[in-house]
Write a protein that binds this ligand. Structure first.
Ligand code: DX5
Ligand code: ZN
Length: 223
């Protein structure tokens, strides 16, 4: 099943609980939470305290995307805050396999994210120990950026790599996903679609998420 994970990065931060409730009612599958530290990426967002408070507002899985240096040091804090998935960047973790194992030891899903310039080979040896592979389709740091369409073949190659060696791994894409390009990303084999500006910038969250689900499920359909 194809999944939509709205990124609260583009939500109204003064009403985060209400915004999560609204996308839940609109059909969101996961809530994507972008954690930025001003070191790994040039922006600062939210920490485990906010995640812990938001945990009370929904039963939907929290998909926590750590765009931070030394992610290993924060796995415990985000697990305790209620994350269901913790994704670390291959470029940020010195001991990536250790980080992935540490996440799984907390009984939650372990993801690894790759920046646009990072080859799939960065995770090839540890794919069997992962639950999710995140292909960034923008350079991380900000919401509302343009989808880098030259990365479509990388999504297709990731699909083939997963099917060949670790078929249970969820293939997620993140960055610039819209109703215009979600079908193309889905055709390459992505399972889970993060969308921030496209969802929270719309007047009707239900209409956007509904259209995205329809286009991801039947990617041959045209808008
Ligand atoms: C980028 C973040 C993304 C981003 C998605 O650094 O990891 O999750 O906020 O937002 P849009 O869909 O606006 O690109
Ligand atoms: Zn993200």
């Amino acid at each position: 099943m194809k999944m939509i994970a709205p990124s609260i990065l583009s939500a109204d931060f003064s009403r985060l609980g209400e915004e999560i409730g609204a996308v839940e009612r609109a059909g969101a599958d996961w809530i994507h939470i972008d954690v930025m530290d001003g070191h790994f990426v040039p922006n600062i967002t939210i920490g485990p305290g906010v995640v812990s408070s938001l945990r009370k507002t929904t039963a939907l899985p929290f998909d926590v995307h750590l765009m931070i240096a030394r992610p290993e040091a924060y796995i415990d804090a985000f697990a305790a805050a209620g994350a269901d998935v913790i994704t670390v960047h291959a470029e940020a973790a010195t001991h990536l396999h250790r980080a992935v194992c540490a996440v799984r030891e907390r009984g939650i899903k372990a993801g690894v994210s790759l920046n646009p310039a990072t080859p799939l080979a960065a995770v090839e040896e540890i794919l069997g120990d992962m639950d999710l592979l995140l292909i960034m389709t923008v350079n991380p740091g900000f919401g509302g950026q343009r989808f880098i369409s030259s990365l479509l073949p990388k999504i297709a190659r990731a699909r083939r790599m997963i099917d060949a060696s670790a078929p249970g791994v969820i293939l997620q894409v993140d960055g610039g996903i819209t109703v215009e390009n979600i079908a193309a990303a889905s055709r390459q084999g992505a399972d889970c679609f993060v969308a921030g500006a496209a969802v929270f910038g719309a007047d009707d969250y239900g209409a956007v998420i509904g259209a995205m689900k329809r286009l991801a499920a039947s990617p041959q359909e045209r808008l």
